[in-house]
Design a protein around this ligand. Sequence first.
Ligand SMILES: NC(=O)C1=CN([C@@H]2O[C@H](COP(=O)(O)OP(=O)(O)OC[C@H]3O[C@@H](n4cnc5c(N)ncnc54)[C@H](O)[C@@H]3O)[C@@H](O)[C@H]2O)[C@@H](O)CC1
Ligand SMILES: [K+]
Length: 502
Amino acid sequence: MSALYSIAEIRQIEHAAKAELPSYTLMQRAGEACARQALSLVAGDDDIHVLILAGPGNNGGDALEAAHYLSQFELHVAVALHADESKQPEDARKALQRARESEVEFLDVADAAHLTRQRWTLVIDGLFGIGQTRPIGGKLRACVDYVNTLRCPVLAIDIASGLSANTGAIIGGAGCVAVRATHTLSFIGDKPGMHTCDGQDFSGNVTVDNLDIEEKHFSAPRAQLNELALFASALKPRAGNTHKGSYGDVIVVGGAHGMGGAPVLAARMAAHAGSGRVFIAFVDDAPAYDSVHPELMMRQADRVEFGAASVVVGPGLGTSRHAHDVLTRALDAHGPVVIDADALNMIAAEPGLQHKLQNRAHHASIITPHPLEAARLLDATTAEIQNDRPQAARLLARHFKSIAILKGAGTVIAFPDGDIVINTTGNPALSTAGTGDVLSGLCGALLAQGWPATQTALAAVWMHGKAADQLVDLGVGPIGLTASEVIPAVRTLLNQIIRDHA
Ligand SMILES: NC(=O)C1=CN([C@@H]2O[C@H](COP(=O)(O)OP(=O)(O)OC[C@H]3O[C@@H](n4cnc5c(N)ncnc54)[C@H](O)[C@@H]3O)[C@@H](O)[C@H]2O)[C@@H](O)CC1
Ligand SMILES: [K+]
């Protein structure tokens, strides 16, 4: 399991471990691990110049300790120290002393040209770690801006400075800066902020070193990375003696005037992901059939009984009176419901619909908002949602008693008990119209086939992203991938993982 720990949890683990170890042990381990990774990043280069940025706290201490280790090798180590020595924590002060006694050049940070004189082979970012509390400003900002122009590898210690380890947002928000690392060596445990929002862009390749802290100090995590193992129990080969009734019905509700494509995408995905029968309930006039996929059944929404079918409500639904009435019926239905797009907007606008959703507690409900829809549901701004995506997803799940899939870079799947899973598949090729409809249709299909809601949400998000990754590998995207192309790729992937893992 790939556990993710919040800053508070990391502090607790660190505190417990430190109580049983001689002081300074963890920083020595951290510095040595960092130096080892640095050496592997410059292996093969000659005339190596390593720039180490060391900040005022223990993150800077790790950097200084790394400087000491690296100075024992055939390379030039330069340290830019941004710390008031009288205020350094004890371990960091010790590390500074060791670095001063080593073959390390200390740059004069008062001289504006101290960084630019040299062509750097590698930069190590030890400005701030999990203790950063305010945006990077002043001279340090210029330093970060400079590092971000370099082409060489940039190794962040613990977390890229400027990035929040809890949220993946840049500390201070729009207009503020963070180090754009190519590699991050994170200590004790992995952290949510490296995998959602700006986390992937600024962390680069993430590795975790647990600093040999004993297992007993690690608490049960409330967050983890999504992976196949989390939903493998739901992957089942088909039995021979089955028929279409064995694989459930999906009813996609939507398709107001001018938005008929959205439910068609969801429905096509539902059919390609194995649902026995797929219907589209149009709130406005239904077309006779889908000429590409005539197996889909088109109906007028007011004539459709939901029964125990899996209902996907929202794609292209609009917010008309009629749409509202159909949504009300869908929320009263006894089967699993996936709620997307305009259905979420109507729920956000009306407490009565919110109560209906909250009262569905013993039927599965999955909501799939993007950040703007999440903002409407939580009466917040999109910036506030993006500033703490894990927390926003948790609030959605708890408040609406549903599984919440907060879409975007590093999709967060949250459960009503407060646990979250952050997805690792997917790429910007998915930033195009219709991919959300495909995701909701995929959820609907898995639910219709009897998958539990938890595994459904995890698998749907993982496969949707993975299929897009595979398409990009083939050159189909990231530019110009269409939602329709994701559909057959998901089908291939689902069949493959059932074959390989069921
Ligand atoms: N304490 C320990 O035992 C260990 C600590 N570790 C390292 O220590 C880090 C955490 O250390 P700290 O808690 O000292 O925190 P940091 O080193 O992340 O930074 C805290 C310091 O930065 C200052 N600061 C915060 N934001 C600032 C800003 N925008 N501009 C200027 N100054 C700012 C704070 O006043 C404080 O002095 C971890 O990320 C990790 O790298 C590791 O060595 C593992 C063991
Ligand atoms: K750092």
